[in-house]
Design a protein around this ligand. Structure first.
Ligand SMILES: [Zn+2]
Length: 153
């Protein structure tokens, strides 16, 4: 089982500036990881962007659970969900990876996972979907979904 004290935990994240995929040591976030390409900081205490191009690498590359928020800019409930995801990402930095996928910009991934409404939250562990929640979830429910789906691992 992976915990926040697991110094060997790693995740693959897309640089928000140049989109380069970087492998980050989650046990050393205090060292302020930077992008290997553009040297800008990789901040894991907030949701990171995923696209159709990067999704598989991010999901398969994480040794910690990954929460994916399928959203769109025009979706009001998605905007309600955003601060909760920000808080959750901050609370769980280093132990859970939180990513957001814009379903308009990246339609192939939501189609592949049969996403019909947004926001939809998918939880992945070991590269596999382990939980799904359709609609807005408050912070305590989000925590329960993630912990309930991953505690057995
Ligand atoms: Zn970069």
């Amino acid at each position: 089982m992976t915990t926040s004290n697991d110094t060997t935990a790693t995740a693959v994240v897309a640089c928000p500036f140049c989109q380069t995929l970087n492998r980050v040591a989650l046990g050393r976030l205090d060292d302020r990881p930077t992008c290997g390409e553009c040297r800008k900081p990789l901040l894991l205490d907030r949701p990171l962007k995923a696209t159709d191009a990067s999704f598989e690498a991010i999901i398969q590359g994480a040794s910690v659970p990954v929460v994916v928020d399928f959203y769109a800019d025009w979706c009001g409930p998605c905007r309600l969900m955003a601060p909760t995801l920000d808080q959750f990402a901050s609370d769980r930095a280093g132990s859970v990876l939180v990513v957001k996928l814009d379903t308009d910009a990246s339609p192939a991934t939501p189609s592949r996972f049969g996403i019909r409404g947004i926001p939809t939250l998918l939880v992945f562990s070991g590269g596999k979907e382990v939980a799904r929640h359709v609609g807005v979830a408050p912070l305590h429910e989000l925590a329960r979904i993630v912990d309930g789906a991953t505690s057995a691992g």
